[in-house]
Design a protein around this ligand. Structure first.
Ligand code: 5AD
Ligand code: SF4
Length: 466
């Protein structure tokens, strides 16, 4: 028995020590949180494992936004329970942590359904992971789903340079969390809590450190990022536009993005930033959810479709080439054929470059879930299909319209084929072109030669530029 254990340890020798596997579901906020957890656990001696099978500690960083997201996680937990049982039969341990929004919303339920879970930790408390794991090490099951007084960011270590370089030249930076909007379909205000903006100095410091480690593009993220109102060094409130102006001055920054925004928080200075700030990419993800005023009202969105169209007009006046994307929900309770037609009409009127669309999923505790006029599944499916066809046509048209243009591409990685590199256009399209790995991290003019179904193909315009 001990001989077997020794053999396994020796086989693992080049990657000796404890190893973690962090699996993230859902939005970019979770991707960011997973990285911060990884930085924190790295300080506890955990190296990265390639899979759960290879790890001593598995963290599922969960999403609760739609029912499907939660179901996926419960099924993954079933698989991990078996892995853990097999492990303990051979005398080894596997710790399982459930983090993220499902943990926040259903912490007790997770413990009840899955006793194999050692720690449940919500998105505002994961800076306490080392302490929670130590408590779980003594055989306890630990559930931490508070909204603690302290600001977790103050307790999270900066990534090492190696970690940042591994993650690539484009980085997420959380500047805002939570939401006070209470759209009637959405769990976010319950799982992520009240709106909170990080102070300007903390964001600038994190940005500066990332840029010093080779990052070239920052995407500022928050559930309601354009509601940002962080305190600056003089105790005044800075807007998102003010924050971006500060960040744009940092050496090394090639490009800025932000997501996700609410139409009602598109302040005049933010629209102006799209005209005035060269580093700000001409791309805006501005979810509208529906084109029907009755449904927008029922969703508690607090704007009409005309308001949205007028806003798009202002944004396009400031930055005519801006690419727009949105989120849509079909089949919200009470949605009639006419309501759905209004959504299709809004999409036709705007012309989106990319979008995400979903069937309404009733979420426990939200007002929408209580309604008696839920839409049958087959109606939701039919509407989603029609909407997605239209959105896909618009996406392809947008991509085709880029053929022949020369766009600034931030090179992110080697391409799938030898001798190629891949990157992103200002409009967030994936593009690949011939070039060597030394181009990674450079912003280069690339002539777009053709548009495939998922990416563009181009040619480096000025070799001397490289
Ligand atoms: N059902 C379907 N989609 C939802 N979203 C949020 N809540 C729900 C829900 N209950 C979508 C919205 C939001 C995106 C992140 O997820 O479109 O903008
Ligand atoms: Fe959810 Fe966004 Fe509405 Fe906030 S603004 S409740 S995060 S959909």
């Amino acid at each position: 028995m001990s001989g077997e254990t020794k053999t396994r340890r020796e086989a693992d020798a080049p990657r000796a020590g404890r190893r973690m596997f962090i699996q993230s579901y859902g939005c970019q906020m979770n991707v960011y949180d997973a990285r911060r957890m990884s930085d924190l656990l790295a300080l506890q001696g955990y190296g990265e494992a390639a899979s759960a099978e290879d790890a001593d500690l598995v963290v599922l960083n969960t999403c609760h936004i739609r029912e499907r997201a939660s179901e996926k996680i419960f099924s993954e937990l079933g698989r991990l329970r078996e892995l853990k049982a097999a492990r303990s039969a051979s005398g080894d341990a596997l710790k399982i942590v459930v983090a993220g929004c499902l943990a926040q919303a259903e912490g007790a339920e997770i413990q009840r359904r899955q006793s194999a879970v050692d720690v449940v930790v919500g998105p505002q408390s994961y800076h306490r992971l080392p302490e929670l794991l130590a408590r779980a090490g003594n055989g306890a099951h630990v559930v931490e789903a508070e909204f603690p007084e302290e600001d977790k960011f103050g307790f999270l270590p900066a990534p090492t340079e190696a970690a940042t370089r591994r993650r690539g030249v484009s980085a997420f930076l959380t500047v805002q969390e939570g939401c006070d909007k209470f759209c009637s379909f959405c769990v976010v205000p319950y799982t992520r809590g009240a709106e909170f903006s990080r102070p300007v100095a903390a964001v600038v410091e994190e940005a500066r450190a990332l840029l010093a480690q080779g990052v070239r593009e920052l995407t500022l993220i928050g559930q309601n990022v354009n509601a940002y109102h962080g305190e600056d060094e003089d105790g005044a409130q800075a807007s998102l536009a003010g924050l971006m102006e500060r960040l744009a001055r940092l050496p090394g920054l090639a490009r800025l993005r932000y997501t996700t925004s609410h139409p009602n928080d598109m302040a005049a200075d933010l629209i102006e930033a799209h005209r005035a700030l060269p580093a700000l990419a001409p791309y805006l993800h501005l979810p509208v959810q529906s084109g029907s005023d009755a449904i927008l009202k029922a969703m508690n969105r607090r704007h009409t479709s005309a308001d949205y169209l007028a806003l798009i007009g202002e944004i396009r006046a400031a930055r005519p080439d801006i690419a727009l994307s949105s989120d849509f929900i079909v089949g919200f309770p009470g949605e009639s054929e006419a309501d759905f037609a209004a959504t299709m009409a809004l999409v036709e009127a705007v012309g989106f470059s990319a979008s995400f669309s979903f069937k309404y999923s009733p979420r426990p505790g939200t007002p929408g879930a209580e309604r008696s006029d839920q839409i049958p599944e087959e109606v939701k499916s039919r509407r989603l299909l029609a909407l997605q066809e239209l959105l896909e046509r618009q996406r392809q048209a947008f991509n085709r319209a880029c053929v022949g243009r020369t766009l600034d591409v931030l090179v992110e990685k080697r391409g799938r084929h030898e001798g190629q590199v891949g990157g992103k256009t200002p409009y967030l399209q994936a593009v690949h072109f011939e070039g060597g790995p030394e181009l990674v991290g450079r912003m280069l003019p690339v002539e777009i030669l053709s548009a495939g179904s998922n990416s563009l193909h181009g040619r480096l315009k000025a070799r001397e530029a490289a």
